[in-house]
Design a protein around this ligand. Structure first.
Ligand code: ATP
Ligand code: MG
Length: 588
């Protein structure tokens, strides 16, 4: 057996080392694949699998995907791509009550948007666990007949107590020794709807004294008289996740079944199911193998579909795609790019140790992606008028600036300079604090891409609030003209001309939670909701934004990255979301 390469290789992705070793050893070399999922007999006469590895991404369609799922998607689809394999897109839809078609559609949309495909080797690999219900029931009967499963008629409470604890062995059920024929008859009655929910379950017969509680005769089928979003009312018994999952993997001839660490204790049962069904002749070697990695925990974010659904149901956010949501749909609407999310997943790597990733890591990946792509523009988010008192009322100078400071190919943008401008309210101080270099009476400041002005004062209303700032411009100082740099200023401020600026609704998003770990240790996340997670302001933006289309991004100098909202933005009404601020803090 070749030695495993050192763990440092592959940028800290230990799963690559495992796959390398499996490929070197030929673990899956004898695997056959008929082209569609199937049992041992279906694959027996098939040609060798052309895919070197098969992975799968198996969400339950009970909510929208979140950033944690993105990690699993990048991992599973990424490994398949890297190794000449294929990743199956599979819905683990074995739980009828919570699943819906809306979620199926949103999940497919999210994976596609991230840039991954479940096509490979000439076909699409989109599968549903519910398509395997027949096989799963047949496998259950095989387990019963071979003495590996029994129908237990204890109450749920009795079973719970008899299961024991970490320090105390479990007790065997009185139904455990009943004849297989009797269990089989009962199981068929369960399937036919003859028994009430909760009155009995089918259990694997393993070991009630096992130190691993998951092996203490786990339930494998339960009665649920619920309508399933795909199979309708065809079934009133549904398989348990821990039983269904290894079967789904085996029917699809998955080689590497990658899941999060919580399932580590389930691995012995995963293997048990596959071994027993192989002995029964229903499945064939080589069998899939489960590998666990640490889930993504991101600070200031909740990654539980159930809790995210609560935020939606309680109307704390506007929907699954609210730009504050850590869902793929929310991140997309917020302005995140698929490239940024993939870069983030690559940077955080894959490990076996649980840890928290700082939210800023995601923002840094976003800035690293957008810096080169996003055209620049100026916007004033908290406007106050600046009157250039020595500039003619009907005057206009044409100013221009590069769309991107490092990419001349993006061209230039132009905008006017006029007597009345909009500037940020914070860029004027009647009495400047120490080190303040922006507008205050007597001070010289450059209006970026425009003129140098000298502040002369301001007007105030009855409450003392500044209503207008006044300044005089220095005509020889227009940016880009000869000698314009002869007058030095310590401060530079952004502005737009009142005559040609466009009004825009700007949505300033902040973290949804004020605590880094809003739901850690069973804490109620409601206690740390950030009341200021959304601030809507009426801003003025440069005329170059007139052609900005929905989903297009821009960097407002000094303010950060913004995107035209996919749903609300229109030519008649500009609606922009702040994606994230700039790393660099604006100079004094
Ligand atoms: P939830 O508890 O929020 O419903 P889940 O793990 O049950 O999450 P699934 O739809 O079953 O959600 O997950 C699909 C896949 O995504 C699984 O393989 C799961 O391990 C993986 N996954 C889910 N959350 C994370 C996370 N935070 N980090 C990495 N992978 C994750
Ligand atoms: Mg789940």
């Amino acid at each position: 057996m070749p030695a495993a390469p050192p763990a440092e290789s592959h940028g800290g992705n230990f799963l690559r080392n495992i796959i390398d070793a499996d490929l070197a050893r030929g673990t899956y070399a004898g695997k056959r694949w008929s082209g569609t999922p199937g049992d041992a007999s279906a694959h027996a006469a098939a040609p060798p699998d052309a895919a070197r590895i098969r992975t799968r991404f198996p969400p339950e369609p009970n909510g929208y995907l979140h950033i944690g799922h993105a990690k699993s998607i990048c991992l599973n689809f990424g490994l398949a791509e890297a190794y000449g394999g294929v990743c199956h897109m599979r819905f683990d839809d074995t739980n009828p009550e919570k699943e819906e078609q809306e979620y199926v559609d949103a999940i497919l949309d999210g994976v596609r948007w991230l840039g991954f495909s479940w096509n490979g080797f000439g076909r699409e690999h989109l599968y549903y666990a519910s398509d395997y219900f027949d096989f799963m029931a047949r496998a259950a009967e095989a387990l019963i007949e071979s003495g590996h499963a029994y129908v237990d008629e204890q109450s749920a409470e009795e079973m719970r107590i008899a299961r024991g604890t970490l320090t105390e062995k479990g007790r065997e059920s009185p139904w455990r020794t009943r004849a297989p024929a009797e269990s089989l008859a009962r199981f068929r009655e369960m399937r036919q709807g003859q028994h009430a929910e909760g009155s009995m379950v089918l259990r694997a017969k393993i070991d009630m004294a096992s130190p691993n509680i998951n092996l203490r005769d786990p339930a494998i089928y339960r009665i649920r008289k619920a309508t399933h979003h795909r199979t309708g009312d065809a079934w009133c018994v549904y398989p348990m996740y821990a039983y269904a999952h290894p079967i789904e993997d085996a029917l699809e001839r998955i080689s590497h079944s990658i899941c999060t660490l919580e399932f580590e204790d389930q691995r012995p049962f995963y293997d048990w199911v596959l071994e027993r069904l192989t002995e029964c002749g229903l499945l064939a070697r080589p069998l899939p193998h489960q590998h666990e990695f640490a889930r993504l925990n991101l600070t200031y974010v909740i990654t539980s579909k159930r809790k995210l659904k609560q935020l939606v149901d309680e109307k704390i956010v506007s929907g699954w795609d609210d730009p504050r949501m850590p869902t793929i749909a929310g991140l997309r609407r917020r302005g995140y790019t698929p490239e940024a999310i993939r870069l983030f997943c690559e940077r955080i790597g894959v490990s076996k140790a649980d840890s928290w990733i700082d939210y800023s890591t995601l923002e840094i990946a976003l800035r690293d992606d957008l810096d080169a792509k996003a055209p620049r523009a100026m916007a004033v988010l908290d406007p106050v008028k600046l009157i250039i008192t020595n500039y003619p009322a009907d005057g206009r100078d044409a100013c221009s600036a590069p769309r991107h400071p490092h990419d001349p190919a993006m061209g230039e943008r132009s905008f006017g300079f006029s007597r009345e401008l909009w500037i940020e309210r914070e860029d004027f101080a009647e009495e400047p604090p120490k080190g303040y270099h922006r507008l205050y009476p007597g001070n010289l400041v450059r209006l970026r891409y425009g003129f140098v002005v000298r502040c002369t004062g301001c007007l105030k209303d009855a409450e003392g609030r500044v209503t207008e700032v006044h300044a005089e411009y220095l005509p020889e100082t227009r940016s880009g003209t000869p000698g314009s740099a002869s007058v030095k200023t310590k401060g530079v401020i952004t502005w737009v001309a009142a005559s040609d600026a466009l009004p825009a609704e700007v949505r300033l998003y902040d973290r949804l939670f004020t605590e880094a770990q809003p739901d850690a240790g069973g804490r109620d996340f409601h206690a740390s909701l950030n009341p200021a997670s959304l601030t809507v302001v009426q801003a003025y933006v440069e005329p170059s934004l007139a052609t900005l289309g929905a989903d297009e991004r821009v960097q407002f100098e000094r303010h950060g990255y913004f995107v035209a909202d996919r749903l609300l933005h229109a030519a008649q009404k500009l609606v922009l979301n702040r994606i994230t601020g700039l790393k660099d803090t604006w100079s004094k």
